[in-house]
Design a protein around this ligand. Structure first.
Ligand code: C5P
Length: 221
């Protein structure tokens, strides 16, 4: 069939990026992790000492920064102004500031513009918070992926492994706070699109979810 666009939205730690990456690989589609773009703006702001509450300066940074995504085996690398910043994106400091940065209109407008450009030719699996509702409202397949807060924190905790420099309770608290800010923001909040399929991944095997989504995608393409 013809390629379609697939939007995968949901709260932090629901397994969106793993699922999106595997669906993209099963369908030979391009995987786009939009959270990494907001993380890149946040990491560069922190590096430059721009206060995250300074909306004007953060907005300007988002508009000026040259952000590029490069697919690779374990997901996606992110380059800003010609530098690979992938390793800077998943620190606790970025985790704790990214929702503030993502709440600004200028930041969201710029990221959405870049994301729509990437999806223009179709054949994209895009994961984020507002893909089905705002960025790609015409996506042929929309998934809202969730899991219980405990399960989401546990998954992240296990990913950190032996060098976890944070307790499970702190992690659960950080995730809940990020979700609250993402849900309550004025512009393009985290929300299930009315035409999105709700998938609760609690206790489900990843392969099962990937198979379901790939099957729905084939049926729609
Ligand atoms: O998906 P990930 O957890 O990496 O996203 C990090 C943060 O980026 C989210 O908590 C949210 O504040 C922001 N984000 C967003 N819109 C998206 C993707 C991510 O606001 N489409």
């Amino acid at each position: 069939g013809h390629p379609i666009n697939i939007a995968i939205d949901g709260p932090a730690g629901a397994g969106k990026s793993t699922v999106a990456r595997l669906v993209a690989s099963a369908l030979r589609y391009v995987y786009v992790d939009t959270g990494a773009m907001y993380r890149a703006v946040t990491a560069i702001a922190l590096e430059r000492g721009i206060p995250v509450l300074d909306e004007i300066s953060i907005g300007r940074l988002a508009e000026e920064l040259d952000i590029r995504l490069q697919p690779d085996e374990d997901g996606q690398r992110v380059w800003t102004d010609g530098r690979d910043v992938t390793s800077m994106l998943r620190t606790h400091e970025v985790n704790r500031n990214v929702s503030q940065v993502s709440s600004y209109e200028a930041v969201r407008l710029r990221m959405a513009e870049l994301q729509r450009r990437m999806a223009k030719e179709k054949g994209v699996v895009m994961d984020g918070r507002d893909i089905g509702t705002h960025v790609l409202p015409d996506a042929e397949l929309k998934i809202f992926l969730t899991a219980t807060p405990r399960e989401r924190a546990l998954r992240r905790f296990r990913e950190l492994g032996d060098d976890a420099d944070i307790t499970l309770e702190q992690l659960e608290h950080d995730i809940a706070e990020r979700d609250r800010m993402d849900r309550e923001r004025a512009i393009a909040p985290l929300l299930q699109a009315p035409d999105a399929k709700l998938v609760d991944s609690t206790g489900l095997a990843i392969e099962r979810i990937v198979d379901d989504i790939a099957r729905w995608a084939r049926a729609a393409s």
